[in-house]
Every structure is written in structure tokens, then in C-alpha cells.
Design a protein around this ligand. Structure first.
Ligand code: PLP
Length: 361
């Protein structure tokens, strides 16, 4: 067999990560925490108005960045726009972590933290959320004493939906002034909580956000990083010159002007959540209380089979078994009440065949 040219050692060591991203059009998509309502009509109008001039030029992001900074109460120099939060995470690791340096994670959490840390050849230190999905504070404080370069914390966390409190975040930020504490606020709109106003208080705080979730723009890829100007300038130095395309910029400006769409999304999500939680409880399925637009439920040994059977009925949910060492967890995005009803109806058809083993802790 012909030998192919080898990749970097860090890449060779990585397990491939291929989320099931194809063939989702037209199905009930409760698998990627997108917005089931779509996006704001103002976003679609802004995209329709994009002229040949704008499309044929390299994108200019200055005015959108300034408007966004103003809307969110930060200085322009404290904000970077990125190609989705994913680019933000990559950029953070690229800017601050050399091969062999420590990156701290509490798992289960968003898979791309580990992905980019592994890609950089970082030394990954992993803690685990507790059995009731609570944040492992003593272990985090102990691990921070070893001065990792970065600590990634999703708040609310995915897939558990757990929300760390202000007091816990304050303790973490104070415990490790030399560690960059990344608070990923991808789902903050659903939680009523943000640490963005703390930016000037803590030099080690980085907040990331996305337009993929509440704003319903996952297809356009737009995220942002907030940090004090010194840190932000270093990241800008490591970033490519045109990370965000002109369509995403036009859409962002329109999305910022339509707060009503976000408010409607939050209302619908809450209604969908109440419906789904009641249905799961009725079926005797354990789930974690969630501050995000998704719920993690425990199906035990039948998780894989249930996810496959639902997919056959065109209802997509996410099997997260591997996150917990095969304990049978499934993450369900909160869609509309109608979608939650459809999910429960299909689930009830599948479930009676065999009981769910009571393996709950
Ligand atoms: C916690 C968290 N952060 C970031 C992202 C990705 O955001 P983006 O689409 O902006 O890359 C996700 C997506 O699922 C997520 O769950």
C-alpha cells in the first residue's frame, strides 16, 4: 500500500469527529440546538438586499462591529467577530496555548473545546460534572492551582443544560488570574444570565457568544469574542483578515435590530420545554433541568435504538451516550410545542416494546 504523507503528530493522535450533519432538511431537527423558528424576517430582508458591490468586495466589518459593541455595552476594541463560536475557540487556543501546555475542561461539555485543544497538541485536563450535572467546584479550584492556560466553561453547559451561578463564576475568575477563563455564552439568551458586564473587572475573562442559537443564523456562521483590549489585540493578531463573510455581517446588523424575534424565540422555547418535561415525566424518563434550549434525558441501554427509531420517523435527536461513558443519554432540542408533541408521540410508539431499565443514579 502506498504511504500517504503524514499529518502533525497531534492530528494523528486525534479521534475523528464527524457529527451527523447531512440529510437534515425537511425533518424535525431536535439535534443541534438550532432555532426551530428560523431567523428574523429582518435578516432575510437584509440578505435579499445584498448587492453585487457588497458581494464582490472583501468584507468590511468596522461599522457592524461598532454597532454591535454599542448595542452590547462594550468598546469596539473589546470585541472580535468570528466565523461562528467555533472559530473563536480555535483562535483562543491558537493565540494562547503552546503544544504541551494545559487546557482545563469539565465534561461532558461542548466537543469542540477538546477538539481544538487536541489539535494544538495541548495537555488536556478533564474534570467531570457531578451525577446531578452540578459543576465540580472543588475539583475546578484545585485544577486551577496548576495554572492551566485556558479553562473552557459553557454557561449554560451543553449537553446538560447546567448553569453555574454568579458566585461560582466569581470564585473561578478570582482563583486563577493567570488562566484565561472562557465563559461560552452560546445559550445565554435562554438563561437570563451573562457575565459580559464583568469584562473590565477581570483581566482573565473571555466571553464568547453566537448568532447560531437564539438568533437562528447557524448557516451563516457568526460568533463573537469579548475580552479586555490587551487580550483582544493579541487574538486579532492571530486571526485571518476576513473571518466573517459579508452575508453574515449584513444579517448580524439586522438581527441586532430585531429584539422581538429573540423574545418570541425565548417564549416558544419555554413553552416547548414545559411540554417536553411534562411528557418525559409522564413516561418515567429522567431528565436534567436545563437553562438552555435543549434537555438531556436518560434512556439507558435503549438510547441508541430509540435515536435510530426516531430518525426513521424523521425526528432527529442527538445521542450523547459517549459523553457519559455509554450511560444512555439523549439530548433533545427544545423546538415549538408542536415539535415537542410530535417527538413525544413518536417516542410513545417506540417505548412500549421494552421497558427502560431503571439505571438512574
Ligand atoms: C456550548 C456551545 N458553544 C458553541 C457552539 C457553536 O456555536 P457556533 O455555531 O457559533 O460555532 C455550540 C453549538 O452547538 C455550543 O453548544
Amino acid at each position: 500500500m502506498k504511504r500517504t504523507i503524514r499529518a502533525r503528530k497531534a492530528v494523528e493522535r486525534m479521534r475523528p469527529y464527524y457529527p451527523p450533519l447531512e440529510g437534515r432538511f425537511g425533518k424535525v431537527r431536535l439535534d443541534f440546538n438550532e432555532n426551530p423558528l428560523g431567523c428574523s424576517p429582518a435578516v432575510r430582508r437584509a440578505l435579499a438586499k445584498l448587492g453585487a458591490d457588497a458581494i464582490s468586495m472583501y468584507p468590511e466589518q468596522g461599522s457592524v462591529r461598532a454597532k454591535m459593541a454599542k448595542a452590547l455595552g462594550v468598546r469596539t476594541g473589546e470585541l472580535l467577530l468570528t466565523n461562528g463560536t467555533d472559530e473563536a475557540l480555535h483562535l483562543l487556543v491558537q493565540t494562547f496555548v503552546d503544544a504541551g501546555e494545559r487546557v482545563l475542561l469539565a465534561e461532558p461539555t461542548y466537543a469542540m473545546y477538546r477538539f481544538y485543544a487536541e489539535l494544538a497538541g495541548a495537555r488536556i485536563e478533564t474534570l467531570r460534572y457531578g451525577a446531578a450535572s452540578e459543576i465540580p467546584m472543588p475539583a475546578i479550584l484545585a485544577a486551577l492551582r496548576r495554572r492551566p492556560r485556558l479553562f473552557f466553561l459553557a454557561n449554560p453547559n451543553s449537553p446538560t443544560g447546567h448553569l453555574a451561578s454568579y458566585a461560582q463564576l466569581r470564585r473561578i475568575l478570582k482563583a486563577a488570574p493567570r488562566t484565561i477563563i472562557v465563559v461560552d455564552e452560546a445559550y445565554h439568551e435562554f438563561s437570563d444570565m451573562t457575565v459580559l458586564p464583568w469584562l473590565r473587572r477581570y483581566g482573565n475573562l473571555v466571553v464568547t457568544r453566537t448568532f447560531s442559537k437564539a438568533a437562528g443564523m447557524a448557516g451563516l456562521r457568526l460568533g463573537c469574542i469579548f475580552a479586555q483590549e490587551g487580550l483582544a489585540a493579541q487574538m486579532r493578531k492571530a486571526q485571518s483578515p476576513y473571518p466573517v463573510n459579508v452575508a453574515a455581517l449584513a444579517a448580524a446588523e439586522a438581527a441586532l435590530g430585531d429584539r422581538a424575534f429573540i423574545a418570541r424565540t425565548i417564549r416558544e422555547t419555554r413553552r416547548g420545554r414545559a411540554h417536553l418535561e411534562r411528557g418525559l415525566a409522564r413516561l418515567g424518563i429522567r431528565y436534567f433541568p436545563s437553562a438552555g434550549n435543549f434537555v438531556l434525558a436518560q434512556f439507558g441501554e435503549r438510547a441508541g435504538e430509540i435515536v435510530t427509531a426516531l430518525a426513521k420517523q424523521r425526528v432527529l435527536v442527538r445521542d450523547r451516550s459517549s459523553d457519559f461513558g455509554g450511560e444512555g443519554y439523549v439530548r433533545i432540542t427544545l423546538g415549538t410545542t408542536r415539535q415537542a408533541r410530535r417527538f413525544l408521540r413518536e417516542l410513545e410508539r417506540i417505548l412500549p416494546r421494552k421497558p427502560i431499565p431503571r439505571t438512574f443514579r
